[in-house]
Ligand binder design. Structure first.
Ligand code: SAH
Length: 283
């Protein structure tokens, strides 16, 4: 089966869904927020488009999907307020692979629009949010139509297929984590953009925040709870691919064992994800 059909986060809002288990990704979005807000405000005040076209690549389905969009909208609203400008119209494209749970996102849109109207008044916008199914490795938009592209925790997914061989040997997770040197080299070689900002930070595997007051020491206070959170988060991401390859029946056992391994590992050392926040500007 094509990787694009198999790669999607767990659907819906239930116990094992991505929506319920994406706190870690939310933390990353919050940490990257200053760069996102700085870049979008900068872009807006430089170009002052009447309609601001924004796309989120790999938007998934869950609280993070509209979190990013509302951050962007809030930042523009605030900038316009400070500079006494009328807010632009917003056209937002939520992109993900076709098997993403777009329906769950669409159902939350009326409440999101109501909230915008309530917070920002009738003069704001209008704002239209559309789903755009397709791979960001293919062409998604006509040339020069998008002002601002955002993507968080999506670019490490590769587009290669899954190889059919002996089950374990052939399980090929299409996933790559580059070093910052590799990242810089790719941007430089591709040639359309220059690297405006690069920040590096890490987050705990369990999504707990070292900046939280009750977690100042960066110490994972309970390795079992941390192991459970990490296992649930990875399950929400990887279950469809693993179930497709190895069968549904292995899932509960596999993730219970995985939780034990993670807890065990965390009793010996800390687990951290390293994150890059990059802001690119067109040349
Ligand atoms: N940005 C969200 C979701 C991250 S999960 C957040 O921060 O919470 C990664 C998402 O990228 C998944 O929904 C996955 O389906 C999507 N994705 C992976 N490869 C993709 C591709 N080639 N094109 C579009 N979306 C892709």
């Amino acid at each position: 089966m094509e990787v694009q059909q198999v790669l999607h986060m767990n659907w819906g809002n239930g116990e094992t869904s991505y929506a319920t288990n994406s706190k870690l990704q939310e933390l990353v979005i919050n940490k990257a927020k200053p760069v996102v807000i700085g870049s979008i405000s900068d872009l807006y005040t430089t170009n002052l488009p009447r309609c601001l076209r924004v796309a989120d690549l790999g938007c998934s389905s869950g609280p993070n999907t509209l979190l990013v969009i509302s951050e962007i909208i809030d930042a523009i609203d605030e900038t316009c307020h400070q500079l006494k400008l009328t807010t632009p119209e917003f056209q937002v494209f939520l992109n993900d692979l076709p098997s993403n749970d777009f329906n769950t996102i669409f159902k939350t849109l009326p409440a999101f629009y109501d909230q915008l109207k309530k917070e920002k008044g009738d003069k704001f916008g209008p704002c239209s949010i559309t789903g755009l199914p397709g791979s960001f490795y293919d062409r998604l938009f006509p040339t020069s139509t998008i002002d601002f592209l955002h993507s968080s925790y999506s670019l490490h997914w590769l587009s290669q297929g899954l190889i059919e061989e002996a089950k374990v040997d052939s399980f090929n997770l299409p996933f790559y984590m580059p070093s910052h040197k590799e990242l810089e080299a790719v941007v430089c070689e591709e040639g359309s953009f220059y690297l405006d900002q690069l920040q590096i930070f890490d987050v705990n595997w369990d999504g707990s925040d070292d900046d939280d007051d009750n977690n100042k020491a960066g110490f994972m206070f309970d390795r079992f709870i941390s192991g459970q959170k990490m296992a649930k988060c990875v399950r929400a991401v990887a279950e469809p691919m693993i179930a497709c390859h190895f069968g549904e029946t292995v899932i509960d056992i596999l993730f219970n064992r995985y939780m034990e391994y993670v807890s065990d590992h965390l009793s010996k050392e800390e687990g951290k994800f390293v994150n890059f926040v990059i802001s690119l500007k067109g040349k």
